[in-house]
Design a binder for this molecule. Structure first.
Ligand code: PLP
Length: 423
């Protein structure tokens, strides 16, 4: 299957990390999934710790999501006109987050791209600040690497991104207040927005230091810039109300704009951006900032997202916490017993495992993780029937369908895998 795939799709995959390049070996082609498990085309079954990179919060093929989706499909799959499910999903998002208006798109990339355009349109400024190691999708301006100095403008992070797309982007070290202060001192009146993962999960899980997001929000406000909190990964995942539920809701502040994806699409291509009503009203057709999409707010996708969020009750997050705590403790114990340096970091129900000493506070520290040891751990887990993320820099995602039997499969696999990582 991989040979056939490579003959028709570059690398055989529709998104690079799926190709197993970071861990070696042949990617598994998945035929079906149910609850906490994946089954590949050869009939092998794995306990899934990727969960489609986050969306499958209530597990695969949840009967209630399936029923809602099948009923939606029977009513037709796209109309290019406003629908009830998108309004209901919007209401659910407004109920859980501080956003006052929300606009639907089809991917997290579109959400962050549109949020940045809106921030630039609203402020009349052009500079965007992001943090090294934060991923916001494959938006040209955000596929940027830090320039040569701390507050010099960025350079393209990949061929194909023009210099002109990143020369208005500043890339700063995460969790570094001094760098943010310096960037605003130098360029404050040109900065349209600061965009950050609400809690980074794309360099492994790196918690914001206490008060860091509030500091970003206040700094932006003081300088007339917007604070864009990217909750594509953490939204409805880190907690019922995302990362904002863990800091902003407690500390009493709200981002100007937020982006969502993954869980809110229930496994379908749906994402969103939202925020302050006055900022969102700058969007067409209310305002002059253009943004659109043929399949935006698709009725099947928004139905799946709505069904998923309605299932995502406090009990679901309690289950994720309990299963996560068990797996984190067993992972730490197995790695310690095998003598493998490790650091396990969490934000709410999200966690990841770095194979290096911690704490890991930014991208430079995350880069110390032992990728060869991770590859050994990954393959030993795979051989034992557990599908970890095929990259050392990713969160391990659980679902509420990870029952005791699924967790036990993981616990049984860990000691041997830790020994493999020690070699
Ligand atoms: N923002 C964050 C925080 C993400 O984790 C991702 C994807 O992993 C994106 C944006 C991009 O989303 P998508 O892959 O749906 O374009």
């Amino acid at each position: 299957m991989f040979d056939r795939a490579r003959a028709v799709i570059p690398g055989g995959v529709s998104s690079p990390v799926r190709a197993f390049n970071a861990v070696g070996g042949t990617p598994r082609f998945i035929r079906s999934a149910a609850g906490p498990r994946l089954t590949d085309v050869d009939g092998n079954t794995y306990v899934d710790l990727v969960c489609s990179w986050g969306p499958m919060l209530v597990g695969h093929a949840h009967p209630e999501v399936q029923e809602a989706v099948l009923a939606a499909v029977a009513r037709g799959t796209s109309y290019g006109a406003p629908t009830e499910p998108e309004v209901e999903l919007g209401e659910e998002i407004l109920a859980r987050t501080p956003v006052e208006r929300v606009r639907f798109v089809s991917s997290g990339t579109e959400a962050t791209m549109s949020a940045i355009r809106l921030a630039r349109g609203f402020t009349g400024r052009e500079v965007v600040v992001k943090f090294a190691g934060c991923y916001h999708g494959h938006v040209d301006a955000l596929l940027a690497s830090a320039g040569s100095g701390l507050i010099t403008f960025a350079v393209p992070g990949t061929p194909g991104v023009p210099v002109s797309s990143t020369e208005l982007t500043l890339v700063l070290p995460y969790n570094d207040r001094a760098a943010v202060t310096a960037a605003f001192a130098e360029h404050g009146d040109r900065i349209a927005c600061v965009i950050t993962e609400a809690a980074p999960g794309n360099m492994g899980v790196v918690p914001p230091e206490p008060g860091f997001n509030q500091f970003l929000s206040e700094t932006c406000t003081r300088h007339g810039a917007l604070f864009v909190s990217d909750e594509v990964m953490t939204g409805f995942r880190a907690s019922r109300r995302g990362q904002w539920g863990l800091d902003g809701a407690v500390e009493g502040w709200a981002p100007d704009l937020m982006t969502f994806g993954k869980v809110m699409g229930g496994g379908f291509p749906a994402a969103a951006f939202g925020g302050r009503a006055d900022v969102m009203s700058m969007l067409a057709p209310e305002g002059p900032v253009y943004q659109a999409g043929t399949l935006s707010g698709n009725p099947v996708a928004t139905t799946a997202g709505l069904a998923t969020l309605r299932l995502a009750t406090d009990e679901v997050y309690a289950r994720l916490t309990a299963a996560g705590d068990t797996i984190k403790a067993a992972t730490a114990e197995a790695l310690s017993a095998a003598g493998v340096a490790h650091t396990i970091q969490s934000v709410g129900t999200m966690f990841s495992v770095f194979l290096c000493e911690g704490p890991v506070r930014d991208f430079t520290e995350a880069s110390r993780t032992d990728v060869a040891a991770y590859a050994a751990l990954f393959h030993a887990m795979l051989d034992a029937g557990v599908y970890l993320p095929p990259s050392a820099y990713e969160a391990w995602f659980l679902s509420s369908a990870h029952d005791d039997a699924a967790v036990q499969t993981i616990l049984d696999a860990l000691p041997g895998a830790a020994r493999a990582a020690a070699r």
